[in-house]
Write a protein that binds this ligand. Sequence first.
Ligand code: PLP
Length: 370
Amino acid sequence: MAYLDSAATSQKPQAVLDAVLAYLTTGNANAARGTYPWANRTTTRIEQARDRLRRFLDDPAPQRSGVHFVSGTTEGLRAVARDWLAPQLRDGDEVIVPFADHAANNAPWLEVAELLRRQGASIGVRAMPYDAAHDYDVGRLAAMINDRTRLIAATHVHHVYGNDMNVHRLRVAAGPTVPICLDAAQGVGHLPLSTATTDVDFVVFSGHKAMALPGTGAIWARNQRGPAYATTGWNGSPNTSGIISLVAALDWLDAAGLDRVARWNTALGARLTDGLRMLSNIEVLGCQSSLAADAPTQQRQGIVAFRHRDIGSNDLGFILAAHGLLVRADGHCQGDQGEKTASVRVSMHVYNTVAEVDRLLSVLGELDHD
Ligand code: PLP
């Protein structure tokens, strides 16, 4: 089997499994409750996990930022919208939402606008502008910013087109005061992300897409624009073994080197894109080339989505699975401005190989000749 669905969730390195097994068999206890040694140790490990994530994200002001563990990006973005944005919003305020990105980065902002509407306040939900290459159109974005803009929601790497959304360019467009919330579900664990050089206010991601266990993720909050992020209400028991798996995953990724990880995934993505373009019945979505390294916009990562002109994408998903090629075939939870018909998405990570890409191309090539 070739697992080609890492954008949905990653496989887990042995080091991550070992760390979880060791914790669960030698010191499993709840955090922030008991006072006996196992409980204290768990509490300390959760605190240390926050610092580990700050280091992983190259946090320039770790004494000020906040780290909150969640089950994944969807829960994290919803928490930012509900706990941080909603209490600040007033009638006439505006938010900018990327409607061609993942629905998880649309729904929370729409829900908050609806909540405010029921309270009698009208919130302008404005659509993030894109250019022809599915990157953000920073020129048009800059023209949309005004003194009522309260948040820009953006995405690090697109989950269907696979392109790096060049979010380092957003701050110039946004100006110094508008907060930016980044959905980094397909970025964290795939390519370096420095919060010292990329001036966003929130980084939200899914640990389970970055080598950690299911049910893991985090919100990193810079806490410099607007109030410091704090969750509302009582928080129950944390996902202790999940958070421990996340620390092991970050250690593993740093040891592997995120530059190397990104180079590998980008190379696989380029090989697949270029191979698919040779097949007359295949239409690649998004950028048609694998973008040169010196292009003004950055390269496609290890995600490539495509359609066959004659075979429906769902059928193609089953055909590929019968050949041991595990891809995703559907609409990929894209927002309202997304693709209207299903596609096949191949998403790769460090455990995927050139041979797997070539095997996929050869199976598709045979279909091309039928
Ligand atoms: N945002 C993007 C860009 C994604 O690719 C995903 C993945 O499904 C999500 C958000 C939602 O992540 P999760 O299902 O872990 O909440």
